[in-house]
Design a protein around this ligand. Sequence first.
Ligand code: AHM
Ligand code: MG
Length: 338
Amino acid sequence: MDKLITLDRFILEQERLFPHATGTFTGLIQNIAFAAKVISREVNKAGLVDILGYTGYKNVQGEEVQKLDVFARNVLYNALCHTGQLCVIATEEDENIVPIPEEYPQGKYVALFDPLDGSSNIDVNVSIGTIFSIYRRISKAGPGTVEDCLQKGTEQVCAGYIIYGSSTMLVYTTGAGVHGFTLDPSIGEFVLSHENMKIPLRGKIYSANEGNYKYWKKGTRKYIDYLKSSDNHLKKPFTLRYIGSLVADFHRNLLKGGIFLYPEDTKDPKKPFGKLRLLYEANPLAFIIENAGGKASTGYERILDIKPEDIHQRVPLIIGSREDVELYEEFARENVEK
Ligand code: AHM
Ligand code: MG
């Protein structure tokens, strides 16, 4: 029993290290964890909806059955909007920033979410995740603003994700180590299972949608060719692992080492910087990987140093083991050479 450290106990012990802490932040993480449990429950029974014969868009009570990503967004919003902890929310699901209703107090934190990342994988029972990122507000008072959401990733006070996999795990950092908690469904608690996670300096795995190869720039193509050759630094080809769920690909690489790439491509002229979003995907995972000893880059600059201009801004994302990302950056120089 002594060894059972719940997320609640862990964050409370962290809070005691800061004598001036008010408990607001601790409460915020607890509320996110609560939302994660509700989302996890629904994700786990996603397949049952069909078996139980829920037709079309109505459930047995005649209520609309929400898409799971919209459901996840609403669970997070409902768990957080009334708490007085936040002054604004922004999510991948919402076109504009989401204000805190006037009847509730405006808090000092800002929360950004990708409520259910990799949602195209839901129907095929593949791991998906929730990603979150927390900032202190920079506006003085009243409702939070777009500027509160457009802070550099270096300003994050906390980032984390929940992976709904063979078990549900919550991983987070406040800048003092990356810690992982596994949900024990029998007691409904996240229990510390991975303390102070560190990514190996160099890996043997690469993760990329190689179907985009022909749309990549020359340096990126050469890097992938290098990984697949027997003349690379491993003296044998890298292993390719691509789930197509960022949280799952990231989580595996965090534990085993390796590199995840979603570089810029010419596939869709409307998305010249790749697919992934700076605020909801790249920044939080970059904050986590740096705290685990890894690196995150566009190939040309540090993700966390980018000053966001739009809440739905997309960036190329190269993330993982430090030396693997640095090697990519060397190859990527050819992407910009005339
Ligand atoms: P989503 O936010 O619409 O779910 O898209 C993000 C997902 C990531 O989880 C994953 O890394 C990527 O899209 C996969 O994209 P692709 O199908 O182009 O390989
Ligand atoms: Mg996403």
